[in-house]
Ligand binder design. Sequence first.
Ligand SMILES: [Fe+2]
Length: 194
Amino acid sequence: MARNNRPRVEIDRETRTMEISRMIEEGGLGTEATHYKVVKRNARKGVVTATGNILNELVANLGVLFVKLHQYHWHVTGSEFYTLHEKFEELYNQALANFDEFAERLVTKGERPYSTLLEFLQHATISEKPYFDPISSEQMVGNLITDYETLKAIALDGIEAAQEENDPVSEDMFIGFVQQTDLNVWMLRSFINK
Ligand SMILES: [Fe+2]
C-alpha cells in the first residue's frame, strides 16, 4: 500500500504506541486507569506488560500505604489505642510483605519496579498527608478502608490482565491479594460498626 493511502488511524496508533513506550522507558507513565488500559492494548511482549504495569502500580501504592500505616500506628490515641496500635503494626508488616512480593515478581518477569520514594508518590493513587491535627481512630480506620478498596480495584484489573497475558503466577498473586484485602476491609468495617 502506498504511503499516502495508509489509514490514518494506523499511523496514529503506531505513534501512540511509540509514545507510550518512551513514557515507560522514562518512568513517566501515570497511574490513571485509562493509562494501563491503553498499555494493555499496546503491550509489547518482553518490554513492559499490562500485568507488569499493574504490579508496579501496587508497588507504588503499597510503598505509600506502608508509611501511612506507620503514621497511624504512631499517632493513634484514645480508648482503642492498644488494639489499633497493634493492628496497624500487623497491617504495615503485611503491606511490606506484599510490596516486596510484587516488586520481586516484576524483576522475575524482567521488568523494573519503582524503587524510590519519589516514584511511589508520583505513581500511587492512594493519598497521604502530614499529621498536624488529631484525627479520630474511626477516621483512620475509614481512610484505610478506602485505601484497601482502591488496592483491591487495581488487583482486580491485574487478574484480568494476567489472564489475558497468560501469566498464572501473577494472577494467583493478585487473587491472594484480593482475598487478603477483603479480609482487612471486613475487619476494619467491623471495628467501625462496633
Ligand atoms: Fe512500633
